[in-house]
Design a binder for this molecule. Sequence first.
Ligand SMILES: C[S@@+](CC[C@H](N)C(=O)[O-])C[C@H]1O[C@@H](n2cnc3c(N)ncnc32)[C@H](O)[C@@H]1O
Length: 295
Amino acid sequence: MTGEATDWADSLKKHLDRASSARIYDYLLNPESPNNYAIDRAFAQAQLDALPDMQKAMRENRRFIGRAVEAALEHGITQFIDIGAGLPSQGQTHEVADRVAPEAGARVVYIDNELIAHAHSEILLGRNADPNRHKAVLADFYNHGDLWRKVLATEVIDPTQPSCLLMTAIVHFMPPEDRPDVPMGVYRDRLAPGSMLVLTHVPDDPTDEGLQAVARAYSNTANPAYLRTDEEFAEFFGGWPLLEPGLVWTGEWRPKTERSQEPWWDEDTDSTDGQPWWEGSPSRMLYRAGVALKP
Ligand SMILES: C[S@@+](CC[C@H](N)C(=O)[O-])C[C@H]1O[C@@H](n2cnc3c(N)ncnc32)[C@H](O)[C@@H]1O
């Protein structure tokens, strides 16, 4: 094998040796999805034993993304940069945008640093998307120069116009010692005025034993967890003003009476008898969400 092929094989092996957040999430969003592996499914099932709400919370996070994409379109934003996008198979940004505003011709670049997720993304986009408007890029959030270059090279994003930058369910994989604040600041600077930043995270709760057990378990995956307070999380917005209602649990961000119901989601993930599944305990949603606008 050439050096390059050996590097690729080593890298692939590393990605397949451990469960990955992209594929765990893909499995929990849709247990029928063919895009994950036995190691991911076994890990996900073990976490559900510790934290049974995890699956519903992930789906609620996905619903929030849909409403945030709609809010961006209402602000006239038609280009989306989705870092840590995972697998674009379950109610993803381009599907929501094309469904709620087909006339907008929204453009989306998905970015992930996980080889398998990226490879599946390319296949799925090849089947279900518009190759002129929807692209997948393999790049790492921390390598901001490389990532931004690759995003611009797709020619899908016009950096002089406002974009919506999504970074959902990813910052809780970024410990402060890795200095995620540095690339985050670079991306905020590069976005045109009027751009939108959409973030979610799982906040720390030392009293929640299930959550702590899951966070510990993730240390054996490709994506060890680091849970923050909301105050620490808010720093990712860099002082941009938050849209109403501010930083809240995902299901509380501009909820709709008619909740998006995807065919692959179990009925019990939706409201029952008019009551949402978290039954008066919004912290069961696990993810906090916020949307900010660049002045
Ligand atoms: C839990 S998934 C979230 C998927 C999607 N954003 C959502 O909220 O529905 C987290 C994703 O972030 C990706 N990721 C983690 N660290 C990353 C990094 N440094 N650069 C790019 N992607 C990263 C993982 O591979 C995974 O696909």
